[in-house]
Design a protein around this ligand. Structure first.
Ligand code: SF4
Length: 240
């Protein structure tokens, strides 16, 4: 049988922001959502990017292995990695055989049998709870809020450790009430070990210009560090 291939946009060999330790990050191509602050709009089209087999990705991962140390490993991000769950399963199986820590960075927008299988080989999930009410999810993200909550429930059943994350945007979710709702979601599940708030940034603005598409959140200012610090003080799960 021919080896599975993925569509990916890029890789990062020394990532330190998406999971524990130093990591190899694979950005898969294709995402069904349209988050107003999407920082990787070039990864959304399903027919873009490059292709690679599991063997080819594992060769790239192996070259970085000496940097992983005890904590590091691979993070599959995107785009939306759940859309290529069969490939990620095969990749993670190979990582597990090689003793490499596996992490998926996702919006949790869909769930099916292939994704459930993938979770059996996933050591950690970085899950974005992008908003804390259904209206904002529909308006700014492009799915129902029930989708990531259903995904989180499945992560709980499968006992996959989770870090919950949310990007804070001034005028939309930069308030204490929102953080309380976010805490409430995190506290419901023992497998959520860590929560993090991230500032909205506009570094991606030039990508939108190059692609000649509007940047929906271009009208909002970047989020001040002080706001993140103030709201982070309300988080209840902050020990990694
Ligand atoms: S889930 Fe990620 S890749 Fe998809 S639209 Fe949102 S920010 Fe962009």
């Amino acid at each position: 049988m021919a080896e599975l291939t993925c569509r990916y946009s890029s890789v990062q060999t020394m990532g330190t922001l998406d999971g524990p330790g130093v990591r190899f990050i694979l950005f898969l191509q294709g995402c069904p959502l349209h988050c107003g602050y999407c920082h990787n709009p070039e990864t959304r089209a399903f027919d873009g990017g490059k292709t690679a087999t599991v063997t080819e990705i594992m060769a790239m991962v192996s070259r970085c292995r000496s940097y992983f140390g005890k904590k590091g490993g691979i993070t599959v991000s995107g785009g939306e990695p759940l859309m290529q769950a069969e490939f990620v399963t095969e990749l993670f199986k190979e990582c597990k055989k090689a003793g490499i820590h596996t992490c998926v960075d996702t919006s949790g927008c869909i769930l099916n049998g292939n994704i459930e299988k993938m979770l059996d080989y996933t050591d950690l999930c970085l899950l974005d709870i992008k908003m804390t009410n259904d209206k904002d999810y529909k308006e700014y993200i492009g799915c129902d809020m029930s989708a990531p909550l259903k995904f989180l429930q499945k992560l709980s059943e499968k006992k996959v450790p989770v870090w919950l994350r949310q990007v804070i945007v001034k005028g939309i979710n930069d308030n204490e009430e929102n953080v309380k709702l976010f805490n409430g979601i995190a506290e419901k599940y023992d497998n959520v070990t860590y929560t993090e708030l991230l500032p909205f940034r506009k570094l991606c603005e030039s990508k939108y210009e190059e692609m000649k598409i509007p940047f929906p959140f271009g009208i909002y200012p970047e989020t001040d560090k002080a706001v993140i610090e103030k709201l982070t003080a309300f988080l209840t799960k902050t020990n990694k």
